[in-house]
Design a protein around this ligand. Sequence first.
Ligand code: ATP
Length: 441
Amino acid sequence: EPTLMDKIVSLCKRRGFVFPASEIYGGIGNTYDYGPLGVELIRRVKEAWWGATVTEREDVVGLDSAIIQNPQTWITSGHVGGFTDPMVDCKKCKGRFRADKLEDARCPEKPSKRPGECDGELTEPREFNLMFKTTIGPVEETGSTAYLRPETAQGIFLNFKNVLESARAKPPFGIAQIGKSFRNEITPGNFVFRTREFEQAEMEFFVPPAEEQQWFDFWVKERFDWYVRHGIDPAKLRLRVHEDKELAHYSTATSDIEYEYPFGWGELEGIACRTDFDLKRHSEASGTDLLFFDPQTKEHYTPFVIEPAGGINRMALTFLIDAYEEQQLEKDTRVVLHLHPSIAPITVAVLPLVKKEGMPEKAREIGAMLRRARYSTSYDEKAAIGRRYRRQDEAGTPFCVTIDGETLTENTVTLRHRDSMEQERVPVAELRGRIDAAIEA
Ligand code: ATP
């Protein structure tokens, strides 16, 4: 009997959400490519995040910094010295495991067993640095080592002064960034939950030190509500406050938004108080003052930072898992993704009832009108209408528009709703209004 995760992985492959990377060469282990539906899903997740974090706010601006920065960046930030996970090896099966996550790990030789239960002996834990190294320039020589960023945040700190001056920003204000990060994870897994290459959505919100707590509370609540607004079941979400001993060295408070995955509760996003740690360290190491001058008090100070940091791929996976349902109907079961209309890869499917009597032409006309209005659409004229509805349910398409004989004379269509399966007669002129109202999150 396949597990829920097995079913999600299989649906992702079958419908073109996620493919194993380099598949024709046998794959490259826990690395994935996003197919036509997956890339749209990822785009929606990013747009929803950017919309709520940047576009809809007057106090946050965007940034897109380089993946490879001056390597001093990562010495100053503490990553060269301390961005490590404790690793143990199994002397028999050569499996490698995170020493702090042994309960979650399985022996590669006997996957039903825990690490070491293949009668192997586990080594003592040793620290393994998670940063990917590369070299810059045509020859490998000393001093040419560089790193692929393991987080996007540092690129924001490096540009603090540039943004402050060019955008005339004043705390409280934020700088947001979405981009790829790389971590040489010891045990990637659970599909796209943990991979070595992934996309992060991070925002550094700079505040006067006295306002730290109030803004931390604000962003924890804002980020939690964002998931609920976009359709995640609040009963499957929880906040977990980090205990003092697990706090990162730069942090005075961190709360994780966790989701109850089929494999247990896991971190979806973390919101951290990073104090003035990063700006101060980069000021000292670079000799460039990263300070804010407050014209009212005539004082220079280093702002404190509140950071919501989430993974786009992990968010997308969470939306998929949360949306998945096998619904028992009278005669059969239907697989449906109850994705929020703002997140669904295809917003509206356009379906001629039959492939004749001018219906395909009319459907194409309505489809073109919807595409010009920037909706993501899908046109399908194959198979019986019921089968076509089911195909769209499985892809998470919230609306189907069916063109029939009446469309040609009355200019009305059948609007079919994914979740309720209800159908109603709607004038073509009202379609956009209806769809827009549903997309609003
Ligand atoms: P974990 O404890 O799961 O390794 P972390 O605490 O190191 O995560 P952060 O450094 O806080 O994670 O990164 C912020 C977010 O980036 C995470 O909440 C997660 O959504 C995402 N993320 C981190 N590592 C990965 C990864 N290897 N693959 C996919 N997403 C990731």
